[in-house]
Design a protein around this ligand. Sequence first.
Ligand code: ATR
Length: 276
Amino acid sequence: MFMKISAKTKICLIIGDPVSHSMSPAMHNAGYEALGIDDRFVFLGAKVKAQDVGVAVECMRKMGIHGLTCTIPHKVEVMKFLDEIDETAKKIGAVNTVLNKNGKLIGFNTDWQGTVIPLEKIISLSGKKVLVLGAGGAARAIVFGLLKKGAKVKIFNRTKEKAVKLAQEFNCQVTSLSIKSEIRDFDIIINTTSVGMKPLEKETPISTKFITNKQIVFDIVYVPFETKLLKEAKKRGARIIHGTEMLLHQGTTQFEIYTGHKAPEEVMRKILYEKN
Ligand code: ATR
């Protein structure tokens, strides 16, 4: 594919620290190739330290870099340096996608679609009761997306004050799960915490005893591919959604922002699943 790259090829770049593990370049480049636009776009990665994000944005501006994907730790800090931030990203308070539109740098957030799209392939979210585990940065985007689609959201978090603050801001509820059987009452459970991710892979963020076969359990953790929470939910007959689907759909939405083309979802999924 790289034979097609020329001085006219538009550059998209993921910045983060660390970044070498990122699947974004492989996923996007496979998409460009599948659509025959790999002469027009190329996707790379660059390690950028937390304090250097402003410099990276300035480079984007000066060098005409087309797209800047931001991952940990840049999603909040990058906002300071942009010309415009779309309403959704403003509400979420984080940007993972920066588009250079004729010299104007515009920030977007596609993380919420990463959760909403896989769920809405199975079920309409309107009126559904959803339990969100965690109240950090990822939870913010997810709660926003769920509420936008009309779901009824309750947040559970280890540090209750953070759950209360998030719930107040987005106008939803909090639960302390003091009655564990309450877990049964939700249609959907989503883990946004790092519990279940290496090195906590032997843990689950809640007791799995009350998960039922009527529920959908979604874990945004994707290392390991199938977390203990998902394994146990599967055993109990629940439908499960792997974290890889979130990675894919924040990426397909971003692909469309950068290229203006509908993303070739299956090709991009294949790249992510080949790793497992
Ligand atoms: P992210 O941007 O990935 O959401 P974050 O903003 O640091 O990261 O949020 C991490 C979330 O995982 C928080 O809800 C955190 O709970 P606290 O608010 O109590 O810190 C949750 N979390 C992380 N480690 C956890 C653990 N061992 N047990 C329970 N919750 C944990």
